[in-house]
Design a protein around this ligand. Structure first.
Ligand code: NAD
Ligand code: DAU
Length: 353
């Protein structure tokens, strides 16, 4: 049977990408899902073991900066939709190596836009280029207010600057060449398969190993947390129903000060590990702050909720408990991703804090 659609998902072996691939493979057996991933330190095919044998799924190892590879894929696979997640995604790494972020997030995105433009050659009926962005492009909020889709772009870190650059190119390809694009900007995700350089999985991993829990500054920065499967469901809705040219904010309306989140996570971990209450919290260590640390992110997702009917389905306590249970049930996953280069990364990033 000829597939109804042929969709290229980039970065599908990463944290959010793997949940998006799983959802699309399972919900749409009539689609052909092609996952293109370079398998950097953050990409892991173990994330997709349960879908890798599906007849409508296919993996290609490759770089979004490789123009010839992209041209072949668009031609051979007759790609009519792109969901673009591949990126360098960690703020702390961007402070150390900004050019890697320019390379993948800006050059890679423009290379992909050009490949889509060449392949579709102005025949845009039924085509869609969906760029996954982040709320960090809006910059940092004080204690009041929310980011809306009209908030001016004002990135503060090399990571967010590179994502903002890619957003501008996506909009420019729409404006200049009418490429049928749609964009979304989501708040902080959490859930299974999250690489343990990011706050929540790093804390879970450290508690499992009885290691200090590094809290930057005074722990007063605020983030709005969304369960990763809810982000995947929003991406599904926007891919299918979003209006071409639009930006959609995605958020959980679930703001937490870092230190309050750390305390809640410590409580859940104590319960799950059968430890005395307060044991995990005794590992909390305040460390030197992240340079230029954005104070607060908070998303207004009204457009997505009212125009496309999406809402999150998992509350924070449930999502966090599910997340902890997943890590405790999958110690081999953590072991594999934290062997080798992770140890060097951890040593360099936290030694002088
Ligand atoms: P991740 O770091 O877990 O995964 C990124 C994936 O991209 C990896 O599989 C990696 O191998 C792949 N990749 C990197 N460079 C590549 C290249 N040049 N070519 C092909 N593949 C490459 O990232 P994530 O947290 O899953 O984020 C996915 C996307 O969502 C990113 O665009 C990120 O900016 C955005 N986002 C993330 C969050 C979050 O909280 N994690 C929130 C909002 C938006
Ligand atoms: O808002 C969306 C963004 O969320 C995504 O675009 C990024 O890809 C994703 O990494 C995330 O960025 P943050 O910088 O907010 O996430 P991170 O998990 O690195 O940090 C969350 C908060 O916790 C932040 O205020 C910094 C703090 N932190 C982080 C680490 C790794 C600590 O206090 N200690 C730590 O060891």
């Amino acid at each position: 049977m000829k597939p109804v659609r042929s969709i290229l998902i980039t970065g599908g072996a990463g944290f959010i990408g793997s949940h998006v691939v799983r959802r699309m493979v399972r919900q749409y057996p009539q689609y052909h899902i092609l996952n293109l991933d370079k398998l950097t330190y953050a990409g892991n095919l173990e994330n997709l073991r349960d879908v890798e044998g599906s007849p409508n799924y296919h993996f290609v190892k490759g770089d979004i900066c490789d123009s010839a590879l992209l041209d072949n894929l668009f031609a051979e696979e007759k790609i009519d939709g792109v969901i673009h997640l591949a990126a360098e995604s960690h703020v702390d790494r961007s402070l150390e190596s900004p050019l890697e972020f320019v390379q993948t997030n800006i050059i890679g995105t423009v290379t992909l836009l050009q490949a889509a433009k060449r392949a579709w050659a102005g025949k845009y009926e039924g085509k869609r280029f969906y760029h996954i962005s982040t709320d960090e492009v809006y910059g940092s909020l004080d204690h009041g207010g929310y980011f809306t889709e009209q908030t001016p772009i004002d990135p503060q870190s090399p990571y967010s600057a590179s994502k903002a650059g890619s957003d501008h190119f996506v909009k420019a390809f729409h404006n200049s060449y009418k490429l049928p694009v749609v964009l979304s900007r989501c708040s902080n995700n959490y859930g299974p398969n999250h690489f343990p350089e990011k706050l929540i999985p790093l804390l879970i991993n450290n508690i499992m190993q009885n290691k200090p829990l590094p809290v930057y500054g005074k722990g007063e920065n605020v983030r709005d947390w969304l369960f990763v499967e809810d982000h995947a469901s929003a991406i599904d809705v926007i891919f299918h129903k979003g209006i071409t040219g639009n930006v959609y904010n995605i958020g959980g309306n679930n703001e937490w000060k870092n230190i309050d989140l750390v305390m809640l996570l410590c409580q859940i971990m104590d319960q799950k590990l059968g430890k005395v209450a307060g044991s995990s919290a005794s590992l909390i260590t305040y460390v030197t702050d992240r340079p230029g640390h954005d104070l607060r992110y908070a998303i207004d997702a009204t457009r997505l909720q009212t125009e496309l009917g999406w809402k999150p389905s998992v509350d924070f306590q449930t999502g966090l408990t599910k997340t902890v249970e997943w890590y405790l049930a999958n110690p081999q996953w953590l072991e594999h991703v934290t062997s080798g280069s992770y140890r060097e990364y951890y040593q360099e990033m936290y030694a002088n804090r």
